[in-house]
Ligand binder design. Structure first.
Ligand SMILES: Nc1ncnc2c1ncn2[C@@H]1O[C@H](COP(=O)(O)OP(=O)(O)OP(=O)(O)O)[C@@H](O)[C@H]1O
Ligand SMILES: Nc1nc(=O)c2ncn([C@H]3C[C@H](O)[C@@H](CO)O3)c2[nH]1
Length: 228
């Protein structure tokens, strides 16, 4: 059926929507490696030392996930390989990578993207991008409560998060691996409000129907798995 990739800033709701969408469509979710990621806390404690290592870690896990997803042809992915360079370029721009690390990273990324071109299915079917403002992003980061992501942990995080938001607009505009659509993550509380959740699911299924990826009369009901 379809391979859908989600994108958006930290705390936008990608993991949450990945689960909701996979359940609704009856497909398999792939999550970004966070709680089992040994490099992430090291990075937040010493970004300059660990930016390159963290990026290689994420790139490797994202390469693994996108290959599996494109092979099985029926999946939803939390943040994917297509956003990897956005993060690394931003960290490099603020002096957290040497020019040798930057060159090595882009050669590795180029090689990996070349491998994807050889897959039977080369691209996702749809990118769903969740837009959030700075205030929403911070509220969600606080709600989730990972200690090393809190503004109180490091005084430079406010600037880091604001900068990240600025990098997303051109990234989204230039993304061309598949059709794409945006979700308003400020207005739509798809976690706590069932009506908002249905609005988001309707927006995504309408896009999939328009693209011929779902039958016109499909309403999700036959595919919903009852959550325990
Ligand atoms: N639309 C929403 N409305 C209200 N709360 C939300 C919404 N989306 C996510 N949340 C809450 O915000 C927090 C962050 O959500 P989530 O982990 O899904 O974000 P994410 O985009 O996957 O983050 P990251 O980039 O860090 O992996 C969670 O506590 C989640 O319950
Ligand atoms: N430096 C860096 N590069 C990435 O590709 C990347 N992807 C995610 N993250 C950070 C953001 C959240 O804290 C947490 C969960 O998304 O991991 C990243 N950090």
């Amino acid at each position: 059926m379809t391979v859908i990739v989600l994108s958006g800033p930290i705390g936008a709701g990608k993991s949450s929507l990945t689960g909701i969408l996979a359940n609704y469509l009856g497909t398999k979710p792939f999550y970004e490696s966070v709680d089992d990621n040994p490099v992430l806390p090291l990075f937040y404690a010493d970004p300059k030392k660990y930016a390159f290592l963290l990026q290689v870690y994420f790139l490797n896990t994202r390469f693994h996930s996108i290959k599996a997803a494109l092979t099985e042809d029926n999946n939803v992915l939390d943040r994917s390989i297509y956003e990897d360079a956005l993060f690394f370029q931003m960290n490099a721009d603020i002096g957290r990578a040497t020019s040798e690390e930057v060159d090595t990273y882009y050669e590795l990324l180029h090689n990996m993207m070349g491998e994807l071109k050889r897959m039977p299915k080369k691209n996702p079917d749809l990118l769903v991008h969740i837009n959030v403002s700075y205030d929403t992003m911070i509220k969600r980061i606080q709600k989730r409560g990972r200690p090393y992501e809190q503004l109180s942990y490091d005084s430079t995080l406010e600037d880091y998060y604001k900068r990240l938001l600025r990098y997303y607009k051109p990234w989204y505009d230039n993304y061309d691996y598949s059709p794409k659509m945006e979700i308003d993550g400020d207005k739509l509380d798809f976690m706590a409000n069932p009506d908002d959740k249905q609005v988001v699911l309707d927006q995504i299924t309408a896009k999939l129907k328009e693209m011929g990826k779902l039958p016109e009369d499909w309403n999700g009901s036959t595919n919903i798995q009852v959550e325990a």
